[in-house]
Design a protein around this ligand. Sequence first.
Ligand code: FES
Length: 158
Amino acid sequence: MKAKSVPRKPEGRAVVDPAKEAMLLAALYIAQEQKGYLTEESVKQVAKRLGLTAGEVYSTASFYTLFRTEPVGRYVIQVCEGLSCYLNDGAERVVEYVSEKLGIKPGETTPDGTFTLEMVQCLASCGTAPAMRVNDQLYENLTPASIDEILERITGEV
Ligand code: FES
């Protein structure tokens, strides 16, 4: 007797079509590039374009730490607090240094809207810890001097 095929219910996923899900991630990335975060309007536009509900789009956006639904600074500094960075005298030392330089704590944005500081887990740069990312750029083997150089280069661009 042949076993009856029972359709499997995908657990914890808002979008079940893999092709549509791939398009959704790309669309969210592009939408976020416009204003630095996903606005309510951009979520609705993406949903409409892909034939999804806004709830499905929000569900996916909230799953990935890459996506933000709140305004952030022009430059988002993500300091790694993973184990390798912690053991390489990073994490606390780096975030304290950056916090002091910018006058903000993790989760805050400078009053001029230039920088947002975040703590994140592993940036996949454990062999060159401590590490931090500023927008899409990864910085490794951080020292106070290299952090100064990075921030001075960025503020020179502002
Ligand atoms: S723990 Fe910091 S990059 Fe992996």
